[in-house]
Write a protein that binds this ligand. Structure first.
Ligand code: 13P
Length: 255
């Protein structure tokens, strides 16, 4: 089953509009390798400007979060309709930073994932265990719970189009990435959980690894058969480093 690799830059709470425009322009000016799909997820404030820069390029646009309602009295929230209107193709849902700091739950992640599909956005659902859970050998239990909750109620077709990202919390922004085999093993487990819903669809679902991915360690992950790409934080804020990570996945396609 050939799944096209996907590399996504999560800019988190970085970049003014001017900085975001410059970063997006630097990425689109580069020669992008074939065989890899790309997306960047700027902060909400820069989405409209970055959308214009990405127009006609191979780089997709994504948001970092959204609410599940279409419109209404929800001060401070952004709806899937608003994101689709700006040209977003993707939306990150359930990032561990949102689970940790902003009260995101398995239930809200599931509602957001379902709402994204209704509005033709591809959710990139993040799962991952915390350090204390890993130390207590709870990784499989936590990941299984998060994946089952997030995919509850999705159709087989939606499951096939879903993107998941395994981001162990202890590896995010720490410089301490998981090893390739470790990430491959957990992502294999995620696919087994998906297969229990729909075996055929689970073969199409792309599952990324995220957590301190850099140009130097990308080969560690891109060589693993279960890992279908990367969700990149820090290194995606530098066009040259982001491009090097993308090239790492392009080499796998050509191999
Ligand atoms: P870093 O690549 O900075 O570790 O961040 C990973 C991440 O959280 C991407 O969503």
């Amino acid at each position: 089953m050939a799944r096209i690799p996907l590399v996504v830059g999560n800019w988190k709470m970085h970049t003014t509009v001017a900085e975001a425009r410059a970063l997006a322009a630097a990425i689109t000016r580069s020669v992008l390798p074939a065989g890899v799909e790309l997306a960047v997820c700027p902060p909400f404030t820069a989405l409209a400007d970055v959308a214009r820069i990405l127009e006609g390029s191979a780089v997709g646009l994504g948001a970092q979060d959204m609410f599940w309602e279409v419109a209404g009295a929800f001060t401070g929230e952004v709806s899937p309709v608003m994101l689709a209107d700006l040209g977003c193709r993707y939306v990150i849902v359930g990032h561990s930073e949102r689970r940790q700091h902003f009260g995101e739950t398995d239930e809200s992640v599931a509602r957001k994932a379902r709402a994204a599909f209704v509005h033709k956005l591809t959710p990139i659902v993040c799962v991952g265990e915390r350090l204390e859970e890993r130390d207590a050998r709870q990784t499989e239990r936590v990941i299984t719970r998060q994946v089952e909750a997030a995919t509850a109620g999705l159709s087989a077709e939606q499951l096939a189009h879903l993107v998941l990202a395994y981001e162990p919390v202890w590896a995010i922004g720490t410089g301490r990435a998981a090893t390739g085999p470790e990430a491959n093993r957990v992502i294999g487990l995620i696919r087994t959980v998906l297969a229990a819903h729909d075996s055929a669809a689970s073969k199409h679902t792309r599952i990324l690894y995220g957590g301190s991915v850099t140009a130097d360690n990308v080969a560690e992950f891109s060589q693993q058969p279960e890992i279908d790409g990367a969700l990149v934080g820090g290194a995606s804020l530098d066009a040259r480093k982001f491009l090097a990570i993308i090239s790492g996945y392009a080499r796998r396609t050509l191999a």
